[in-house]
Design a binder for this molecule. Sequence first.
Ligand code: FAD
Length: 392
Amino acid sequence: MANSWRRERWDSLRLLTPNWQSRLPGLRYEGPDPDGYMTAGEVTAFIERFAEVSHAPVRTGVNVTSVRRADEGYDVTTSRGEIRCRAVVIASGACNKPWVPPFNDAAPASVEQLTPFDYRDPAQLPDGGVLVVGASATGVQLAAELRRSGRPVTLSVGEHVRLPRAYRGRDVLWWMDASGVWDQRYDEVEDLTRARRLPSPQLAGAPDRTTLDLNALASMGVEMVGRWAAVRDGRALFSGGLRNVFSLADLKMERLLDTFDEWAKADGCDAEVGPPERFAQTRVPDSTRLQLDLRSGEIRAIVWATGFRPDYGWLDVPVIDAKGQLNHEGGVVDSPGLYALGLPVLRRRRSTFICGTEDDAREVIEHLAWFLGAGGSAIIGRGRGPFSPPPR
Ligand SMILES: Cc1cc2nc3c(=O)[nH]c(=O)nc-3n(C[C@H](O)[C@H](O)[C@H](O)COP(=O)(O)OP(=O)(O)OC[C@H]3O[C@@H](n4cnc5c(N)ncnc54)[C@H](O)[C@@H]3O)c2cc1C
């Protein structure tokens, strides 16, 4: 239970969503610090508590090794035997494997390479320079922690989502929640594929609520380079054009803050929050290096903070696309009786976060109940593909 929060997170990680936002059906955070951010251990305890209050018959330590279509549903093979069932809800997570660009093999063996699943704390890394690749939530948090440990840190920055930790005196995720930005439904999003692939925001759940953007990292002495594009003769080659990447992230942040301001006016809560703020543009370094010789000894370790992917290696049903993502329509998978929960922008923007599960689960389970009741047998009997519209 809570396997990913128990085993796949680094020691200092805290949720970037505030405690009051950690809610599951029938369970709310009720501790003394609603505006704080849970440690990984606290998330584990929260999920254990959920298992208690929900009275779900949880079986822990069971690995599903295969799910196959059968006449009347699915045959599920587990490390503790077979289960025959009419419906399956896939809730195996969106971040089962760290993703690393294929050219990692070309880096010299003298440079240690870690993913966020291997990384626990700075003491694990050799002394000397570290190249952190990726500047989303994981990358900025690890770059800051490694820099604080006294190491020279270079951060390779591609497309990213910049956000201030607090805006007009409130947590920026309060604004996402209150203004309805997070309620936008998957079928209203203009480019759903892109929205589902959007990198995590540059946010950290630090108890002092400081903003951890690229300006903060630059002030700490982190060197920025562009997106890592290739390795040639032991050299890492980076894209130029940091200025454009920075401007785009600044522009998108400003548009979002405009949306918040408009909502605050329309909602009448303008007077209850602080005055509108605008933040300094991301500072472009005077010069940026376009390559780094990985054999020179300057870089002793590379931390790949380049994102995560789901792992459906156990799913023997043809519902995975060429990019390894599950084909589904708001959690209704393209195979009768197969459902999904816990994926980015599954039914709304907030689906990406723990607090998104409650609404999604209600709607997906409504469809599942309909399937098991009225429609299920007929649909399976007719061997149809994507099946009839769910109750909305
Ligand atoms: C580094 C990181 C930081 C995050 N920070 C936040 C945050 O601040 N706030 C927030 O709301 N969300 C955050 N998230 C997202 C958060 O992880 C998800 O919202 C939440 O964990 C989703 O829960 P889940 O149960 O759907 O998936 P997961 O937590 O990924 O759980 C899936 C479970 O399925 C198990 N599983 C997978 N395959 C099998 C199999 N074949 N057989 C049996 N079991 C299997 C896994 O072991 C795991 O226990 C973060 C994610 C990551 C990776």
